[in-house]
Design a protein around this ligand. Structure first.
Ligand code: BDP
Length: 716
């Protein structure tokens, strides 16, 4: 009996220990198994000297203690002052003795307010490691960076790391509703338990802040861009304040979405006209009320006159009027307005891809200093692949921030393994040619191209209350990678994958090498089995789950997939060249020239910019039809290969995460075939051609695929 109970107990304990693995994200702090490294670490880390007293300093200290304890398996001693040698000294500039400051030299001049320095120093001929910064939050970033060295098995001898974030606003956009549903959220419900706030502080809030701080994310928009004015009422602001208090020591500012019609809905005014004095005053008072509660409130994110949201155009005003009115309200408190450029109208017969540029580009230079225009990475909407948005490089007098989507609205939800930093990198390193060759999107975003002070990168969050935060264990990498790229938009996505894998799973090369390759090819796989060669927006309607290239009955033309692929018996693709909508002219002439000509247009973007015949010859000699069919097949084969790779890693991964990913990859494989078969059967009606050799024959009919309905697909 007893032994049975013991076994049961052991099972429960080990089960919960494993269950926490997913939850711990990239902060696993697994034991350092490399003996030589472990002894190097132990030797050099014979205690912590913590010089600060703030809440943030306490977090730094606790993080170091936890990290070192778990990785080195002994509790590090904490000293109030420097004694002996081989200590790790942590503290901001003002807390350092003049002797230490001297050891740092001019390095402080090389960092900004959030940067940090990690340095091997010598004090009275005794060696130590110093983590310092201008502010405590920089020290905390330094601590996470230092722990990452250990997590990724790097040497900690002769350290001299001087780092500072390249953008100011590194922010998550939660599309979370007040009822806790999440628009385009596939990882459960919203983290924010508005009902229990402000008095109940869920441990999750703290763990969320910690995870964000560990990758340098410093802001969070708590609410959906399709906004609810109630969040601006005292009843909710009290709850927002409670969250802001939790996040503050982690360096995270809270922002809210502002519903443009709030002055009417909760303010009792008759109008929300931005030129109306009462309206402007209402926002000024509202801002004052918010800042009284939350002195470091970040500001507002606004979706206006887009997809039915109210905005200044309801009153005959424009985006500049609206943004500047709000900017005036938050300016006295140092707040910013992130005004979204995601606009398109069903009344505009123009190519949807051209509309944001057409509307916003003429406003260049007209916004107040504390306005930053938030632009999606592509001109349509977070597709598996889009050419970079033409607004990047076209508004030199206006700070533009990047909006990426981390949640996988159009990329298989949280079921498909798709490593997004690869996509982000492709966009960031695109050349706008604004000032000639080398005018990268990254340089627009980090402000260096046009010397902007206000800069930022936003990511539409993929986080929910699922045990593992993001639904798919590998979707955690997208949160992580987003943060790393927001910090430094020039980082290489492969380096980020390497880091993330080591911190999250294992340092074993037998694991790292194949899994990293799997991650790196996962983005191209999803493009291949969903939208190869520049196809886009052919997902099923509303929920965007699965293929729906046949959909043509929606009220707004640009909501219908047929609008985007334009397949007919002559060919397929959207002619955005000179002979078509001339969207290519929105790019700098060097870029325009490349995109405009099918011969020079990268094949990955071919059908985005051109309508070409089914017999069009691709670079590999295949006809377009055959090439497209083979791409669909390649995507399916890539997922099969991902499954094979994953199955070989069983010895290196805990059973729970192994099983989870295994099941998810099975679904992804099934769905990749669904995509291939449904799209090819549909397009075949127009091409009238047989599937080429090497492409598997569908097992179902087109009618079957069309009949599939998903009334409760999440996130819709
Ligand atoms: C689209 C989503 C929609 C969002 C919109 C936006 O389908 O749910 O509200 O973007 O970004 O991708 O505002």
């Amino acid at each position: 009996m007893i032994s049975l109970r013991l076994i049961f107990l052991a099972f429960i304990i080990s089960f919960s220990a494993i269950a926490q693995k997913d939850y711990k994200l990239w902060l696993q702090y697994d034991k350092t198994t490399n003996a030589a490294l472990a002894s190097e670490y132990k030797n050099q880390l014979q205690g912590i000297v913590s010089l600060g007293n703030s809440e943030t300093s306490k977090i730094s200290l606790k993080e170091l203690e936890t990290g070192l304890f778990n990785m080195l398996e002994n509790k590090p001693e904490v000293f109030p002052e420097i004694k002996g040698e081989n200590k790790i000294i942590v503290g901001s500039k003002s807390s350092l003795t003049s002797e230490i400051q001297k050891a740092v030299g001019s390095d402080f001049d090389k960092i900004n307010e959030e940067g940090f320095i990690i340095k091997s120093i010598s004090l009275k001929n005794k060696k130590h490691i110093l983590i310092t910064a201008k502010n405590d939050i920089g020290v905390l970033y330094g601590v996470y960076n230092f722990l990452r060295l250990l997590q990724t098995n790097k040497s900690i001898q002769n350290l001299n790391i001087i780092e500072a974030p390249k953008t100011n606003i590194r922010i998550l956009n939660h599309w979370d509703n007040l009822d806790r549903t999440v628009e385009r959220g596939y990882a459960g419900f919203s983290l924010w338990n508005w009902q229990k706030l402000p008095d109940f502080i869920d441990q999750r809030y703290i763990d969320y802040a910690r995870a964000n701080a560990s990758v340098g994310i410093n802001g969070t928009v708590l609410t959906n861009v399709n906004a609810n004015a109630l969040i601006l009422t005292p009843q909710y602001l009290e709850k927002v304040e409670a969250l802001a208090n939790v996040f503050r020591p982690y360096g995270i500012k809270v922002y809210l979405t502002a519903r443009f019609s709030a002055p009417i809905e909760i303010g009792g005014l008759k109008t929300a006209d931005p030129k109306d004095v009462d309206v402007a005053n209402w926002w000024k008072n509202k801002a004052a009320e918010i800042y009284k509660r939350i002195p470091d409130f970040g500001g507002f994110l606004v979706k206006a006159n887009s997809e039915g949201q109210p905005g200044p155009q309801n009153y005959g005003r424009d985006h500049v009027d609206g943004a500047n009115m709000l900017a005036d309200a938050v300016a006295p408190f140092g707040g910013v307005i992130m005004w979204r450029a995601f606009v398109y109208s069903e009344h505009d017969v123009n190519d949807r891809a051209k509309q944001a540029y057409a509307e916003f580009q003429p406003y260049d230079g007209k916004f107040k200093d504390n306005v930053i225009v938030q632009v999606k990475n592509g001109a349509i909407d977070f597709q598996p692949r889009e050419p970079f948005h033409p607004l990047f490089g076209a508004m030199p007098k206006t700070p533009l921030m990047m909006e990426f989507q981390i949640t996988q609205e159009y990329l298989g939800f949280s079921t498909h393994l798709v490593y997004l930093p690869k996509l982000y990198q492709e966009v960031l390193e695109s050349d706008t040619y604004q000032k000639g060759k080398g005018s990268l999107v990254a340089k627009v975003v980090d402000g260096t191209l046009d010397q902007h002070k206000l800069t930022g990168i936003a990511g539409v969050s993929n986080i929910g209350n699922d045990l593992n935060w993001t639904g798919h264990p590998f979707a955690q990498a997208n949160w992580y990678g987003f943060g790393r790229l927001a910090w430094d938009p020039y980082l290489d996505s492969e380096t980020i994958a390497d880091e993330w894998l080591r911190c999250t799973f294992s340092n074993n090369e037998n694991f790292i090498k194949p899994i990293k390759e799997m991650m790196m090819q996962s983005r191209e796989a999803v493009v291949n089995y969903m939208t190869p060669l520049g196809l886009h927006h052919i997902m099923d309607t509303g929920h965007h789950y699965g293929p729906g290239p046949w959909v043509s009955n929606l009220s707004r033309p640009e909501w219908n997939p047929v609008y985007y692929h334009k397949a007919d018996k002559n060919g397929i693709g959207f002619d955005r060249s000179k002979t078509g909508t001339n969207a290519t002219a929105q790019y700098a002439s060097e870029v325009e020239k490349i995109f405009d000509n099918p011969a020079t247009c990268p094949e990955k973007d071919l059908l985005w910019f051109h309508h070409v015949s089914w017999d069009y010859k691709l670079k590999n000699g295949q006809t377009l039809w055959n090439g497209m069919a083979l791409k669909y097949q390649e995507g399916v084969d890539q997922v099969k290969e991902m499954q094979n790779i994953w199955n070989r890693t069983k010895p290196y991964v805990d059973a729970e995460r192994f099983k989870e990913v295994e099941m998810l990859l099975n679904i992804q494989y099934k769905e990749s075939k669904w995509w291939r078969d449904a799209c090819l059967l549909y397009f075949q009606q127009f091409s009238g051609k047989e599937l080429p050799k090497g492409v598997e024959k569908p097992n179902e009919t087109l009618e079957y695929f069309k009949s599939l309905k998903f009334p409760f697909a999440p996130g819709n």
